[in-house]
Design a protein around this ligand. Structure first.
Ligand SMILES: [Zn+2]
Length: 123
């Protein structure tokens, strides 16, 4: 889900960095390693190859090695530790898929209502 920055606390970058640090810069779902802040891409790739990591085959896609922080309840105002999880973009998208589907459905209903379509209660 696109990040709506105004819904996040002013110290979100610090919170997210702590969560990522606690995850040792790996996705907590699939284990994908991610680049640390300031780490050069060439150095990161060299480390993957040096470790014989299964992920080194994907080094032509740098966007897959970015770590994000997900709100498990989809509420960016709930920054309790147990509600935050470090995820790679793929796992984050999978996590958010259900919420996106619900939002799409809600948006479709709102657009229909805005166009004059009324709901029939009980149907
Ligand atoms: Zn992942």
């Amino acid at each position: 889900m696109p990040m709506k920055r105004h819904l996040y606390p002013s110290n979100w970058d610090t919170i997210a960095t702590i969560i990522k640090y606690m995850a040792d810069w790996h996705c907590t779902k699939c284990g994908r390693p991610c680049r640390r802040p300031g780490q050069m891409w060439d150095v990161f790739c060299w480390e993957l190859r040096h470790e014989g990591s299964k992920w080194c085959q994907e080094t032509d896609k740098p966007g897959r090695f970015v770590l994000t922080v997900a709100h498990l309840d989809q509420n960016p105002g709930n920054n309790a530790r147990e509600n935050l999880k470090a995820l790679c973009p793929t796992c984050h998208n999978r996590h958010d898929a259900k919420a996106r589907a619900i939002n799409r459905s809600h948006t479709r209903v709102v657009k229909l209502e805005d166009a004059g379509q009324f709901r029939i209660k009980g149907v």
